[in-house]
Structures are given as C-alpha cells and as structure tokens.
Design a protein around this ligand. Structure first.
Ligand code: HEM
Length: 411
C-alpha cells in the first residue's frame, strides 16, 4: 500500500529563506542531493529534489500553478493585479490554456526569435559604445537595459519606453515572490504598476490595429485560430505576460552567466577561442548550472499516487530546477560548471516542462547567445571587481549589482 506523504521522514529546506543565495544556496541545495531523498519538506510546501519527479509534477494534469492561491494568501482579492493574476496564462489550464498557447506560439518560434538577433546586436553595440571605463557595474550597464530594450523592439513599443517596461516587469514579477508579497506596501505598488501598464498598452494596441507594424503586438492581433481571435483583454494580458516573463528572467540569467564566467577565466578563454561552438553550449551550461528560476510551484487538484507515495488533493509542491539539473544520469558530472562538457540531450528544468514550458525560451536563448557572443568578441578578460549583490533565490534569482573589470580586445 502506498505511504501517505505526511508520513515520510524528509530533509528540511525553506525556499523562501531570504538568506538562500550564493554559496549558501549551493551548499543547501547540494545538501538536499546528498540526502539521497527525492523530496524535502518546506514550511508551506513539499520540495521536489529529483529531476524525473519534478518533470512528473510539472507535466501532471492533476497539478496547476498556484497563482490564484498565492494571491488569496496575500489578500489580493481585487484590483488590477487580481484581474491580471486571473488572466495570466500560467494560471490557466485545459482548453483555455491550449487555445492561448496556440495563438501565441507562432510569434515565438526559434525562427521568429532568430529574426530579432540583428536588433539584439544593435542594442549591445549601443550599450558597448556608452561604456567609458573598464571598470563598471555589469548589471546596470548591460543586464538591465539589454532585455528590456530587446522586448521593447520585439513588442513594437517606442524605444524610449524601455526603462518603464523594465520597471513594470520587475514589479509585476513580484506576484510570484512570497517574500515580496508579505509587505502590503509592495502589493499596493504592484497594483499600481499593473494599472499603469494597462493604461500604457491599451492605446498602443489600438494604434497597431489601425497601423500594423512588423512586431509582436501586430502578429498577435493578426493571429487567428479556427476563425478565433484574441479578445482585447486576452491580448493586453498576453503582452503583459510576455513582458513580465521576459525581462527580469533574461536579465538575471545574463548576470549569472557573467558571474560564473568572470570567476572562471579558463572558461572565458574557451568561449573566446571558438564562439561558434561554445556560445550555445555556454548558454545551455549556465541555464543548467545556475537556473534563475530555481523553484516553481504546483498545487494538486486531485489525489496523486507516485513512486508508492500518496499526495492528497491540495498538496503544494515546489519543484527545484537547481537540484533537478544535477541529475548525474542525465548530465554527466553535474556539479561542475564546464561549458565544454558534453551534457547529452536531456532538457534541464530551468524553463519548466509540460504545457507551461517557457513560451519565451527561444527569445531568451537568442538574447543570451547574442549577449555572450558580443562580449566574447569584444572582451579579452573579465573579472569580478569587488561588490556582487545577489538577490535571494526564492523569486527570480537575480543580481542587483555586480562590479567587473574588463580588458577589451585591442585594435
Ligand atoms: C532565461 C530566461 C527565462 C527563464 C529562466 C524562464 C523560465 C520560465 C519557467 C520555469 C516557466 C514555467 C513556469 C512553470 O511551469 O511553473 C516559464 C513560463 C513562461 N515564460 Fe519564461 N523564462 C525565461 C524567459 C522568458 C521570455 C524571454 C519570455 C517572453 C518573451 C517568457 C515568457 C514566459 C511565459 C509567458 C510563460 C508562461 C507560459 C505558460 O503558462 O504557458 N519567459 N518561463
């Protein structure tokens, strides 16, 4: 007979611990792997350690992303933020979700993402030209402006609005972060930011209806599935989801990439030696080794039995991509950061799995690849230069500030 999950003896971890970052995070997560267990117990949820089990719960039809539950827990019952939570693609399931995905997927295929690579390079060139010194904060000079300027161009927003897009993304993303939501003032601000975003995007959509352009908003307006189009509500929320999903994540992953590579000069050398081969591999390795989406959550809508364990309906599970991405059978020597390692074909859990698998993964990969390629061509050496202010791993595992010193390629 299956064992009830509450009867298991599990190691403990608190995914919402604000101190979980940097080495401390690696020690804690590797400790879970060393426990030999595939589940851990957190204060509010179970934590799934193992890759295969993580994929199982992410793919399960008996599990949903608990976005509405999180909103309820923090008293977000109405207002623009609540409207947005209810409409968010991540909180939809079944036919409803399938329809939204089939409408948005064509705009974000690998081919569609590749079309934006020249724009990405142009943005990077602009940021490079603005640099006046060899010592600077990488986050404010590259990681922050680059994805928001890219998304502005992809969406068809005026370039001058990129910094506002960035601000909205960072704030609205906090709807997923329990530490941030426990502060009522933050909730109020997020409510205001969603309202501001809607007030900004509605006229832009209206304008594109009259004057189509070569951008994502126009593509979404035009997209039809079996004669069906997106409603205005769906369209403004999808644009918001793409903004919120696409800026803070990519910015944080680029920062983490540079943090890892700056701390490993031999790896930077490998990247520079053969960018054609090594850039895509480096991006895969960074995504695997230091996923900025270290945790994502699911709630069971009905009882589930898995590996001889019964999980009652309502159980909350947090799937840990960091530990999942260290599955030795799938990834070889998984605790090493090595951009030259052959890791096989298994997908890491960084972009999720199943129906909610990151819809922007092709854009994200293209942005990260172009970012690393550009820097590998321009920068002979890069090192960390004092301050690195890491955020907690609980939301998006970002970096507030990271001082670096570079030696540009001469000539
Ligand atoms: C390195 C960058 C990124 C990472 C690590 C990342 C990670 C993820 C993860 C883990 C999920 C699934 C969450 C779950 O199932 O619980 C997801 C979904 C999503 N991502 Fe990303 N993402 C990134 C970039 C982007 C970009 C660039 C966009 C938009 C262009 C985007 C838009 C979305 C959207 C809209 C969803 C929800 C999809 C759905 O519910 O069907 N993401 N992302």
């Amino acid at each position: 007979m299956a064992t009830l999950v509450t009867e298991l003896d599990l190691p403990g971890i608190d995914p919402a611990d604000p101190e979980l970052k940097g080495d401390r995070w690696h020690v804690a997560a590797n400790g879970l792997l060393d426990s030999g267990k595939w589940l851990a117990q957190g204060p509010l949820s179970l934590v799934v350690i193992d890759r295969e089990a993580g994929e199982f719960f992410l793919r399960s039809r008996s599990a949903e992303f608990p976005g509405r539950l999180i909103a309820d827990l923090f008293g977000i019952k109405d207002g623009p933020l609540r409207d947005q939570v209810d409409a968010n693609i991540i909180n939809r399931s079944g036919d409803d979700h399938r329809r939204l995905r089939s409408l948005v997927n064509p705009a974000l295929t690998p081919r569609a993402a590749n079309r934006w690579r020249p724009v990405m390079r142009e943005i990077l060139e602009g940021l490079w030209e603005e640099l006046e010194t060899k010592e600077f904060d990488f986050v404010s000079r590259f990681s922050r402006p680059y994805p928001s300027q890219t998304i502005a161009r992809v969406m068809g927003a005026p370039a001058v609005d990129a910094s506002r897009l960035h601000d909205w993304s960072e704030w609205i993303q906090r709807q997923f972060d329990p530490i941030a939501l426990s502060d009522p003032e933050t909730v109020e601000t997020v409510q205001d930011k969603v309202a501001e975003f809607y007030a900004w995007v509605d006229p832009l959509i209206e304008e594109r209806r009259g004057t189509p352009a070569d951008d994502l908003i126009t593509t979404l307006i035009r997209t039809e599935e079996e004669g069906e189009k997106l409603s205005d509500q769906e369209l403004r929320n999808l644009v918001l989801n793409i903004l919120v999903g696409g800026v803070d994540t990519t910015q944080s992953q680029l920062s983490q990439a540079i943090r890892l590579l700056a701390a490993a000069p031999d790896q930077w050398g490998l990247l520079r030696e053969d960018p054609e081969k090594m850039v895509p591999q480096a991006v895969s390795e960074v995504l695997r080794f230091e996923p900025v989406t270290a945790f994502t959550a699911r709630q069971l809508v009905e009882e589930v039995e898995y590996r001889d364990v019964t999980f009652p309906a309502g159980t909350l599970l947090v799937v840990c991509s960091f530990t999942g991405n260290r599955d030795p059978e799938a990834f070889g020597d998984p605790r090493d950061f090595d951009i030259a390692a052959e890791r096989g074909k298994t997908r890491p859990l960084t972009f999720g799995a199943g129906i909610h698998y990151c819809v922007g993964s092709n854009i994200a990969r293209a942005e990260l690849e172009e970012g690393l390629r550009f820097l590998a061509e321009k920068v002979e050496t890069i090192e960390l230069n004092g301050l690195t202010e890491l955020q907690a791993v609980s939301g998006i595992y970002g970096i507030d500030r990271m001082d670096v010193r570079i030696q540009p390629v001469s000539g």
